[in-house]
Design a protein around this ligand. Sequence first.
Ligand code: M6R
Length: 613
Amino acid sequence: MCGIVGYIGDSKASPLLLEGLRALEYRGYDSAGAALLLDGAFHTVRRAGRVEQLKEPLNALNSKATIGIAHTRWATHGAPAEPNAHPHLSADERWAVVHNGIIENADELRADLEAIGVAFASETDTEVIPQLLERVGMDGDFECAALENLGEQYTPLEALLDVLPLLKGSWALGILCADVPDTLLCACQGSPLLVGEGENGMYLASDYAAFAEDVHKVYRIIDGEIGVLTQNSVTFYNPAGQEISKTAEQFSRKEQSSDKGGYAHFMRKEIDEQPLAVRRTLAHFFSDDGVFRLSVELPVKPRKIWLVACGSAYHVCMTGKYVMEELARIPCEVAVASEFRYQYPLITQGDLAVFVSQSGETADTLAAVREASSRGAFTLGIVNVPGSAIARACGAVLPTLAGMEIAVATTKAYSAQLSVLYALALHFAKEAGHEAPELEKALRQLPEAIQAALSTEETAQFIAEQIADAEHAYFIGRNLDYAAALEGSLKLKEISYLHSEAYPAGELKHGTISLIEAGTPVIALACNERLLPKTAANIREVTARGARVFAVCTNGNEDHLDADAVISLAATHPLLMPSVEVIPLQLLSYHVARIRGCDIDKPKNLAKSVTVE
Ligand code: M6R
């Protein structure tokens, strides 16, 4: 949610900042801006809309500046309009700030500042930061100030050390001070921030994707830390202002490739990358000679397993519950992360709490981790971004190795997450003495099963053409098919804006069936062979009321279903079918969105990682 970049070095800053923003646009794309520092003054460009809107005005500036900060925004405070776009400047235009996160006490701070005559130029929470930075350097005007003017005894670091304790909430900050043109400051609390060291200078970014090719070392800034970057060095400080040492990871741009590789959209590319994502993720669970093992120590026989996440990752948890309970016979509770801590969860020592997140940054999931830990549960993170906040907050981590996912709509991370939950269920089943050799074998072959499902694209596209004009669509399914229906429905509405709902197939007649009219599309998932007759009956109920039914089932069952078109899939182990049936659903959504002319990789109002509650 919001992407920030910064650069200080010996190259022109503006093209590097623009490239960095393009790579971070998946994080938010309501508005964008950059501030370049040259000859002791800021040159700022801000625009509502996409990062591309910055290109012309930045080129027009033709600035020689070799230091700057930039931002792509997902609006939280104030409309996505130019005045609210970052960077935000102090009233005296000596400080410029880009921010990812939320300043929760911004209203109070703003009121205090306005009371002493500070005029604000935006509606954002962020603007209090440059305004505070300006004030702390002045005598007596603000509570924390007892220091001389900036540039004499007061350094930007000292100003920042004074301001940070005044803030509540979360932040990743890039900060420039016009009086100190050889320094770029950064700080982090609850939002991701990386410092990259390159041949041509030092970089700041919310994500690895934004780093230029010359970056070869990366430092992850963690909560409370501050970084002071110069053209060729970085020094880190703790909140008390004491210098600390940090270890860098080696980095290579080539391994973080973020181009479309010839595909029209990242989403379509990532759909095709699913067999590889699942293969790499599962390799973590099988030794070279094929023996299943878990790389982390988990509590033996947890009393209960909690599965907690948001959005698609929540649907992974829904699937995980069915699989875990059937295979390992351990009671599972699934919770939406944003509700978890407000439902006074009866979670306790002896419970295992599993948190699933692609980004590892989702604020609600992170807060749920903290809630579960505070109640004594063992916490396990299933995350795609190593070193992310959720990974760091959990007692143990099982990684999904899907690689960088750029499209806002998740596909390959979803599939990788599912495969980890199957492996987890297998682990607990084995521990309880319930060997499941057939499932274990099918799990190892899951990448091939997913690969085969990709061949359904033609039929998925045909169905997309049938439903693209519809206003509403319904997904139905029972048991594991219901969990897959939830994901299919979310994917469709998320990227194509075609309204859809998912229901347990037997539930429709308790209300929703009144919405079925002649021609209403119903996507019926019938991959659960045990429940096929039941789902077939539910399909007849809707066709009798005029629905056009598009079914998904396993090979050989087509004739049992009264459907307008059927997608047939090669069966794998029944508990693994959600991984296979989700593929045509992703393809269906993709093609509906394409036909409707939607911005597939960046659906409106969304962002890839949601770092606000
Ligand atoms: O990064 P996370 O996995 O924690 O994100 C959770 C959801 O925001 C995410 O799955 C969202 O629902 C996707 N955009 C769906 O495609």
